[in-house]
Write a protein that binds this ligand. Sequence first.
Ligand code: FAD
Ligand code: SIN
Length: 556
Amino acid sequence: MQQTDILIIGSGIAGLTYAVKMAGQFPNKKITILTKADTNETNTKYAQGGIAVVNDLKHDSFEKHIKDTLIAGDGLCNKKIVEMVVKEGPARVAELINWGAHFDKANDGDFLRGKEGGHSESRILHHKDITGWEVERSLVAVAKKMKNITFIQHCFVVDIITQHHLGYLVNKSTPDIICLGVYVLNHTNNKIEKILASITLFATGGNGQVYRTTTNPAVATGDGVAMVYRAKGRVENMEFIQFHPTALYIAGARGQAFLLTEALRGDGGILRNMHDEAFMEKYDERKDLAPRDIVARAIDHEMKINGTEHVWLDCRHFPEKKFTEHFPNIYQKCLSIGIDMSKQMIPVSPAAHYSCGGIKTDEWGRSSIAHLYACGECSSTGLHGANRLASNSLLEAMVFAHRCFLDSTKLLSRKEGTVKNINEENKETGFIWRQNKTINNKDIPDWNAKGTSHPKEMILITQSLKELQLLMSDYVGIVRNNIRLHRAMRRLDLLWEETENLYHSSTLSPQLLELRNMITVGYLIVKGAGFRKESRGLHYNTDYPEKSKLVQNIVL
Ligand code: FAD
Ligand code: SIN
């Protein structure tokens, strides 16, 4: 058993921002960051377009960014949260710059600001076309300098420890579930161990891997959401999966697809169909810069009516230096597969990109489970509503990491030792510990692996994963209907049953744990989609093509 003061799951922008702040504020506290892969293997590292922020009040305003976010969110954003994130954003970006992140500037020293779909102004700060790489680089560098931060890589978090593990009844109506730490799979000895903490932050990122093609790396399997759901915490709006309109199309490819940033369209890139037609004007007056839900649906429609697997992105008219100065990574990637963007169009198709829903939090990043915060892509804060505005994700992660830090500071300064006096602390944080008991760490049981043995065939896992990704892409993709959702649920039921059998009889592996989590996430997406009897934002159901008058979040 290990003990730490602050436990952070995830080393993307959300986890690292929180870690750096906590480590600075509490030099005597032990802060542990767990990641299931290498530290820098995160969605954050792959971000391209940049960070949306209003830091040029001569040409832009908070009101405009707020309005753009609300329009993209299609009636489901929490306006208070939108205002808060937009207004607190500039201070967080300034901190990031202070920590060493570089954003492109013009010769006069002012930032170069890009434009993306749904933005009424150019406000996206970027580092060429590899903004995420630069953000991750600078945050890892700062965090590694802090003596009280420990990084543990290749350590798979399996489940949240709550009072359920001490024998108390915990269900969805339990008002006072408490996070005491996590069970983790130690790769070095293949054993499940306990790590206990006063405060745990989930910054576990997205779930794009649930689909056949995604812009997300292999780590994005929705583990955090699945764990919170299993621990009887609240998750919401899981049906809003954002498909990025322009991932590089490669025939027959599965898994992570290379992104062609929306900033290319912000700089004049044009989508064309097989007849060379610039089709977006048929769908929206904002043409290629309409919000992503609209562009992705338009591409999906064009592909279906023309019987093709992709459309084209045309950047041939760009001035030469655009390729070398703003988009060098994309330019090189295309060259490496034989496409010269200055002379040829690029084949693109939509791919799963971002989860707008997730672990439900309040404005301080508190989940429904006491002592468990969530921020970044795994959370659902109310910012994105039914569709995220481009480049608002990195901004949200930083603003909420800061808020989690502020609230954690309050929680820690109330009482040393935390879980020991949980009753008093929880009264103030709004969670009442009903049993009025002191939790003794020694009572938390070890993981019970009795009766399990090594799985003989990996095919049982890999084939189920393929089936899951196929069914989610074909039945629960950009366009849905009731029959498809019903079929998806029946197939998920079978996959779930088979995988649970495997889980209870096998020695655990990251592959099996990820499959189990992804089936849970698939179930949550289908369940949310089934409950939402309307079409709104990213959820489009041909059986209910209109928006409902009842504007509601779907909480599971
Ligand atoms: P991540 O950066 O994904 O980090 C997740 C962490 O959790 C990883 O360290 C992982 O190891 C860990 N983890 C997960 N599960 C477990 C487990 N079970 N055990 C242990 N560790 C675990 N957004 C923008 O705002 N602007 C952009 O330009 C932009 N471009 C993008 C381009 C691409 C290709 C992609 C994929 C996304 C882009 N996004 C962009 C979205 C944005 O990058 C992500 O939403 C954001 O980086 C998520 O950060 P995060 O800190 O929440 O999680
Ligand atoms: C992109 O660069 O197109 C991705 C931006 C985002 O997902 O916010």
